[in-house]
Design a binder for this molecule. Sequence first.
Ligand code: ADP
Ligand code: ADP
Length: 237
Amino acid sequence: ESIITFDHVVKEYRRRSRGGGAIRAVDDVSLEINRGDVFGVIGYSGAGKSTLVRMINALERPTSGSVTVLGTRVDRLGESKLRPIRMKIGMIFQQFNLFSTKTVSQNIAYPLQLDHWRKDYQTRRVDELLEFVGLSDHADGYPSQLSGGQKQRVGIARALATNPQILLADEATSALDPETTSEVLDLLARVNEQLGITIVLITHQMNVVQRIADRVAVMSEGKVVETGDVYDVFAAP
Ligand code: ADP
Ligand code: ADP
């Protein structure tokens, strides 16, 4: 069952230089991502990976083509109608994007606050998430007191707060050393297996997709140049 469908999606940006034409960041991509998959999007910097994935929660809008998420076309949807869909899509980032002036608990509670959850539900949900990511002892600490791996675990807990069905991970391990990368990938595997959440993982690191992804799309110059099961795509010739 397809949970995310790209149909002939093109995204062009205007060049910043005077008289410049358009940059085609995503060039006629058609792709289906199935519910329950860990789906890897791999390619060099500038290949169009972030642009493609940011169209899933409509942070970017396609120039043409359609993007369907959880049965709804999101590409032309207004901001207010996007809200309930965005609540079902969590996102984590390379630089973690935590609030430095909020505690770990407050960071995780933030999406629940935005969604006006009752205070006692917020507390219960945050405790549950802290336990899931193994940071109960750091509830009242601040991001600056945490290691990179711990910060990303807070990012994951925050992304999971509203019980999303999809988690978007944009170079989520690229700022981490190999050992910490392994820990974060193990946690993402638990998110997929225990919580049944579909994960779309952008990376330029081949070992990351090989370790965790079921299926993969390889991007180059805006196009998906290859797609399939991770074992087939990376099989030795
Ligand atoms: P990747 O995630 O694979 O590194 P991106 O999607 O970030 O690739 O970028 C694809 C191309 O689009 C690059 O040439 C990049 O410079 C360009 N690009 C990305 N975002 C913008 C933007 N907001 N404005 C103009 N060009 C952009
Ligand atoms: P990454 O390559 O890790 O995706 P970038 O540094 O390319 O990150 O992009 C960071 C931000 O800048 C993104 O929001 C992206 O859309 C924007 N961006 C990237 N390239 C351009 C560009 N050529 N012009 C304007 N904005 C850009």
